[in-house]
Design a protein around this ligand. Sequence first.
Ligand code: NAD
Length: 480
Amino acid sequence: MHEHSTLFIDGTWASSRGSERIEVFSAATEEKLGSFPEAGPADIDAAVAAARAALRAPEWRDLSREERSQLMHRFADVLESRAAERAQTVSQQNGMPIAIASFAEGDGVVALLRYYADLVTTVELEEERTRLDGTGTTLVQRTPVGVVAAIAPWNFPAVLAMFKLAPILASGSTVVFKPSPETTLDSYLLAEAALEAGLPAGVLNIVPGGAETGKHLVSHPGVDKVAFTGSTRAGRQIGAVCGELLRPVTLELGGKSAGIILEDAPVEETVAGLATASLLNTGQTCYMSTRILAPQSRYGEFVEAITAMASSLPVGDPLDPGTFVGPVVSRTQRERVLGYIDAGRSEGARITTGGGVPQDRDRGWFVEPTVFADVDNRSTIAREEIFGPVLSVIPYADEEEAVALANDSEYGLGGTVWTADRDRGLGVARRVETGSFGVNRFDLDWGAPFGGVKSSGIGRELGPEGLEAYFSLKSIFLGT
Ligand code: NAD
């Protein structure tokens, strides 16, 4: 049982100034896993003050790029030594299949931190340019953006936190991090690693809590930038607050991406690829290709193959390495997903497999992998993000229509095309309005920018662009 009585603020374990506690439950067994104090306004004030002080503290501010890089590698060493424990803790909380948790939440966190630790040694922090008018030089400086409020969702809690923390640390900024209440236990492992690695006090502070804690943090006068990953609904609220405050903000939000199967696509490879591209982490991944567009000429064949794939995926204990589909994160989330399945039925789509709760599971928040055929792109299940193991297969007449349907969405985050002809696939990729897209695959490249267009967000994480987001630019016009 993980019972925590303190919060990680200013490099020490501080007693919470609030009185509320939050409990965490196992998605697979519904048993209590632990609890922690909710950070109240006074805790957030203390965390932001510590992060502000750390910005100016010589032991952080005066580190060279190389020293900062070494410190980040030390942090990565400690995180690496506890990768398996972190993966297991995440998996127990949100039901993520352990094979995915080991890769993303265990090893991925470490790899990402090392990537930015190396990258920062190559960044030009001061660049002297010849003035355009030829009368001397200008010094262009990259300075840390300042105190960052970082907020993460529960679906990939540790690695999505690191999408932000790694470039924040590399830039020399400091951070107040708010994890999701469903997945806060792993953030205590992060704090322990920061302490062991010798991160200076106040560089990383953690304020656990729900939406109210998040709101207080986002609007706090001591925050210089907000980095948020979560739902479009919360992203709009945060964007509105940051707009009013003229506070820079990065928003990584929801998606409803299209998986376009072209007429020439080989059925076996396509459907095997779609299993991961549409159902990774039980469909609780933001960039999933959950609107599968299949050509009318081969519609029956693909519906049958997708149905067979979905119904054969191993559903079960997330800690079993053979499991592909675990439970969804919470009872509330299961109700949401089942509500969408009802909406699909009542709007006339045809269920070809799944459609409810697995009969052999009397505990845990499981939903059967579910496939809807004959789905209209205007229906609720084709327009709204379900965030569960539910796929819609939509017929199309020709490539033109497929691209138009892919683009006929409020969102633009991911997407895929499946074809025997890579160049033709690339042609389709170029026409889809989205922040990322895969030709016969979809897995993120951490060296390339990731983010959304339309209601899927503003700004980019990952790659050198993800580091640039945490620098402020200053031009110094040099006289004689
Ligand atoms: P959510 O928006 O409910 O919560 C996300 C985080 O924001 C949590 O920590 C929550 O406590 C906090 N929060 C909620 N309302 C807030 C507010 N008004 N002000 C400040 N903080 C607030 O999302 P969720 O249900 O935890 O996560 C699932 C969503 O995240 C999905 O929509 C998914 O697509 C999205 N997501 C996006 C990406 C991406 O990179 N684009 C990645 C993963 C998940």
